[in-house]
Design a protein around this ligand. Structure first.
Ligand code: AMP
Length: 715
């Protein structure tokens, strides 16, 4: 907890006791019929204590809400103003609105679609083009076998609680989170110790098991928010939308919960396409579907959303990155695990230091963290409200080497917008597990594989890479040779299952079996395809280590995965870009989105200053040149006052307005500064294009062209 907040809580508790003690003293004086001056003096002292207490309360309120006393309220008011503008100008619309909508489903309207396509175009340029990534586009409908292998069928769950009387469902961790936040922000009477405990619960929320979460919900007396009814114990709910493929209903499938699996199952072909070389990255942009338990927070938690995912495949023994030096000196807010556990806040850290100290696991992960930082800030995300938070140990999947989330602060708090994870070799192994034995037969066993037995649900295709040696190397290899004749006699029809299970043992298991067979002559061995133990005798398998010459090293690549929630990024961008400013007359607040030209839905408007055929003709000529230059724009010849036209386009975040007030040259106005320059009709479109393409800045334009100073009708 921040020292000031902790000391304020302590000071408030002390002041509260002093107020109570003084209140009692005043009552005692009155009961004892003390003299009036004596009672008045005591009351005065009590009043000044109450004033001091209220001043501490205000400071504490400011400290917990991170602003000026009523910060929570102003955050709410800010969001309301932004969301009203976004919905009124059709940036997004609740889907199926005329049928009262469906929670967690939204449409993008025209400016929203334009922003989204600009964000995606920049994503392709910043990642796919920059790294020569291999882009793919796979179906949303996915057969069950794929998502069974990836672990989603069994484990893609959130913990849910039900209102015991009405059956309404809630996400258990969200209820606990809301309870802790509300207590911390609204109940100023809680002790410093209690506040520290609640903050610890918040910091470790993702670590809690169903049992621990249920216990906390009971301990804090949390009930159903809508009815105050008791809640059930938390239990897992699978978030995937189930479907069946084809008319028979016999082929189960799901709407994909992420795009990544489409890339993993194509690994073998992509690796070949890449000339059998590592590292390389594949990328995919597409819809993902998650049946969220109780979606809220607008675009931030929805049931269908666009994901942009990168799977960077790398040799687990060499996670360096050739372009790491380009990001090494970036400095931004990072929130490592230790800082979170000890209640500190995020700090500015040089990326190179975080990697060299081992806080970030490896260079490639660090490289992508740096690239994500550049991507988000170039889009217009405020760098002071962007942090990279490391996953806590239990928050990460057991196989992951390290994970960082790019979190963006908006009126809803810090929101995970991009997950950047080193998932080690998990995903590729999960889809090729069954084939391991075949690779092993050829003496190419991946030394890291630790699967037990075999699983016939797997693809059977080895998703591995190979490093060819310039000179053959002599290595010691484990050889497992099941004696099929003995196994056939002993297990008859099950012989094949036993053989496969023996062959699929990893080195550790095989050596343990060898030792046990040598000492006891027989061991119990679990064959998962039979679902039982079988007795293995010494004459049924030979396990030995042999020296072999190898020409290559075969291994399962590690995967480093940056995964971008496009809707979340766009919503945070909307909030970070939104502001209001007074109209010229000062009688109303006008809404503005300060989108950088790169993401602005419309780059430019063209207005004749007054309704006049000659000016309209010039406006049409400029509009044509803008179209030819590929600049999205809007021409407005309605004759509405220029101030109103500016206000309308500021609300859409249009960065430039060309006003035609002569047939030779025109003015170009920049949205935020409202400054104007004069440019010839012929040049107008090219000037706008050069700035929107990022070839020069508005400052360059301001320096080069004459300034337009006449009091135009702006505002
Ligand atoms: P995950 O696979 O859960 O790490 O999610 C990857 C990214 O998808 C996250 O960083 C979010 O930006 C985004 N995301 C996850 N769930 C949702 C959702 N329900 N609505 C919108 N975006 C989401």
């Amino acid at each position: 907890m921040a020292a000031s907040e902790e000391s304020l809580r302590k000071a408030l508790a002390e002041k509260q006791s002093a107020v109570e003690a003084h209140g009692n003293a005043v009552r005692a004086l009155k009961a004892a019929k003390a003299s009036k001056p004596e009672i008045d003096a005591a009351i005065e002292a009590l009043n000044s204590l109450k004033l001091e207490k209220s001043s501490i309360e205000k400071q504490l309120q400011a400290a917990v809400s991170g602003s000026d006393g009523d910060g929570a309220l102003s955050r709410e008011a800010f969001r309301q103003a932004a969301v009203n503008t976004l919905e009124r100008r059709l940036f997004y619309i609740p889907s199926f609105k005329i049928y009262r909508g469906v929670a967690g489903l939204y449409d993008y309207g025209p400016p929203g679609c334009a922003v989204k396509s600009n964000v995606l175009a920049f994503w392709r340029q910043h990642f796919v083009l920059e790294e020569n990534m291999l882009e793919v586009d796979c179906p949303c409908v996915t057969p069950e076998v794929v998502l069974k292998a990836s672990g989603h069928v069994d484990k893609f769950t959130d913990l849910m609680v039900k209102d015991e009387k009405t059956g309404t469902c809630y996400r258990a961790d969200h209820l606990l989170k809301d309870f802790c936040n509300e207590k911390l922000q609204k109940d100023l009477t809680i002790s410093a110790e209690k506040a520290a405990e609640l903050k610890h619960v918040l910091a470790t929320l993702d670590d809690l098991s169903a049992e621990a979460l249920g216990a906390k919900i009971k301990e804090y007396g949390i009930t159903a928010p809508d009815t105050k009814n008791p809640l059930s114990d938390p239990y897992p709910f699978n978030l995937m939308f189930q479907t069946s493929i084809g008319p028979s209903g016999l082929s189960p499938g799901y709407m994909r919960p992420e795009t990544a699996q489409g890339i993993f199952v194509n690994f073998k072909d992509l690796y070949y396409y890449n000339g059998n070389k590592l590292p390389f990255a594949a990328a995919q942009i597409g819809q993902a579907f998650r049946n969220e338990i109780s979606p809220r927070q607008g675009l931030l938690r929805v049931r269908e959303f666009t994901l942009a995912e990168i799977e960077h495949f790398v040799d687990p023994e060499d996670k360096s990155h050739p372009k790491y030096s380009e990001v090494v000196d970036l400095e931004f807010l990072m929130f490592p695990r230790e800082e979170q556990m000890s209640g500190q806040s995020a700090k500015k850290i040089r990326l190179g230091d975080a990697v060299s100290k081992g806080t970030v696991n490896n260079e490639t992960l660090g490289y992508f963290i740096g690239r994500v930082y550049l991507f988000l800030t170039r889009l217009g995300i405020d760098k002071d409200r962007l942090r990279f938070r490391q996953h806590l140990a239990n928050e990460m999947a057991h196989y992951a080497a390290d994970c960082w989330d790019a979190e963006i602060e908006c009126s809803y708090g810090w929101i995970e917008c991009v997950g950047i994870a080193d998932r080690s070799a998990y995903d590729l192994r999960a889809h090729s597990e069954h084939h391991v034995k075949n690779v092993f037969d050829e003496g190419q066993r991946d030394g890291n594989i630790d699967f037990i037995g075999t699983n016939l649900d797997k693809s059977g295709v080895p998703l591995v890479a190979a490093e060819k040696f310039s000179e053959p190397r002599e290595v010691e290899k484990l050889v497992i040779a099941p004696v099929k004749k003995e196994l056939g006699l002993a297990f008859k029809g099950s012989q094949k299952n036993v053989v496969e299970a023996l062959e699929a043992m990893n080195e550790k298991e095989a050596l343990e079996m060898k030792a046990a067979l040598e000492s006891k002559g027989e061991v119990e061995f679990y064959v998962c395809t039979l679902g039982k133990n079988v007795p293995i005798k010494k004459n049924m398998v030979s396990i030995s280590k042999e020296k072999k010459k190898e020409h290559q090293r075969v291994f399962t690549p590690s995967v480093i995965e940056p995964s971008f929630g496009i809707g979340r990024i766009i919503y945070c961008l909307f909030e970070h870009s939104f502001y209001t400013r007074p109209s010229k007359a000062g009688d109303e607040q006008l809404n503005v989105f300060r989108f950088p030209p790169l993401v602005a839905p419309i780059k430019c408007t063209v207005f004749p200053l007054v309704q006049n055929q000659q000016y309209e003709d010039v406006a049409k000529v400029i509009s044509k040149s803008l179209t030819t230059a590929g600049i999205s724009h809007k021409i407005d010849i309605t004759g509405t006052s220029i101030g109103k036209r500016y206000a309308r386009t500021d609300e859409l975040g249009v960065p430039f307005a060309i006003t035609v007030d002569s047939t030779k040259d025109v003015t170009i106005r920049e949205r935020d500064s409202k400054l104007q320059v004069r440019v010839s009709v012929e040049e107008a479109a090219l000037v706008v294009k050069s700035v929107t393409d990022g070839l020069r800045t508005w400052e360059d334009v301001w320096e080069k062209y004459p300034h337009h100073t006449s009091g135009s009708a702006d505002d």
